[in-house]
Design a protein around this ligand. Structure first.
Ligand SMILES: [Zn+2]
Length: 318
């Protein structure tokens, strides 16, 4: 699909709950939008890409006239094997996109009328996966980096995260084991432009090993100096907003092993805080639901390694 088509889909997406109810009133409305987001025009065979397909099962299955392969509306996407109607997914996408601070699994369970908390939790994690873009621009040209301790459900134990913040711009967050040179290097190389100018505190592992050839100001400040002019203000603001969000929206109910998924959602929202029009965000989420690989429950639960994206080409929410 061309960029032009996607822009049209964005423009077409409803901005208010009333508009949403009208635009996606029927299963057919959702199906038509999904087909356009996935194939642009006509459904195509997943095996041979022929668009000569027979529609079956009320338009949810397509049998290829050329090779006989059957392609379902959701196979090969994040919604593969879902047993719930597309209309419910669209509603959930709308909810997660329109609420400025996001939504907890408990709230989603209530809104969607799910019998179990586990279903709501799994839906939110799939939607979070859709917030993670596969391509992202590295941060620059001026980037602050800092570390922080957050979370730690039901105990004194805290989790270490790395924060990178552009001056009044985008942020990236990573849940990490340590802040040694190797970890910082992976973070910097994955998230920060090679020619960016970096500001850090006095931690010794911020050096040419971890930051490479990037220009680097190491600034050690007293509390009084920080009050006057905080050299890492972007990071410090981000960290305090993040802590408030984890406690406010999620009531602190974030397991350590899923922390990265929450950091991704936070970064996604933070980086879009000035985006006008929730329709654009919701349309982007649906676009990613279509574009990303299936995520079975087992994988959803297990794929929670710290900094799992640090070593991969998979991007963060950006
Ligand atoms: Zn085929």
């Amino acid at each position: 699909m061309t960029q032009r088509d996607h822009d049209d889909l964005w423009r077409d997406f409803p901005r208010t709950a009333t508009e949403f109810e009208a635009r996606f009133a029927t299963v057919e409305d959702c199906r038509a939008y999904w087909i356009e987001a996935r194939w642009g025009d006509k459904p195509a065979c997943a095996r041979c890409h022929s668009t000569r397909v027979w529609t079956e099962r009320g338009g949810f299955l397509f049998e290829c006239a050329a090779c006989g392969h059957q392609t379902s509306l959701t196979s090969g996407t994040l919604l593969e094997k879902t047993r719930k109607p597309l209309k419910m997914w669209f509603r959930a996408v709308f909810e997660i996109s329109t609420r400025r601070t996001g939504i907890s699994a408990k709230d989603l369970q209530r809104i969607m009328g799910f019998g179990s908390y586990k279903t709501a939790w799994a839906w939110l994690h799939k939607l979070r996966a859709a917030l993670v873009r596969s391509k992202r621009e590295p941060l620059g040209p001026f980037v602050q980096i800092d570390e922080a301790l957050v979370g730690g459900k039901g105990g004194p134990h805290k989790e270490l995260i790395l924060v990178a913040a552009e001056a009044d711009g985008r942020v990236r967050l990573a849940h990490v084991e340590t802040n040694d040179e190797a970890t910082l290097k992976r973070f910097a190389d994955g998230q920060i432009a090679a020619d960016a100018h970096v500001v850090t505190d006095g931690l010794a592992s911020y050096n040419s090993e971890s930051l490479g050839k990037r220009a680097h100001d190491m600034i050690v400040q007293t509390k009084a100096e920080r009050r006057e002019r905080d050299a890492l203000q972007g990071c410090h603001w981000t960290i305090s907003l993040l802590k408030r969000w984890l406690i406010g929206t999620h009531a602190g109910a974030v397991r350590d092993k899923h922390l990265q998924a929450y950091l991704d959602e936070f970064a996604f929202r933070h980086n879009r805080r000035k985006t006008k029009g929730v329709g654009r965000i919701a349309a982007r989420v649906i676009e990613q639901l279509v574009a990303r690989q299936p995520l079975p429950m087992r994988k959803l639960i297990d794929d929670t390694r710290r900094c799992r994206w640090l070593a991969s080409t998979q991007g963060l929410a950006a």
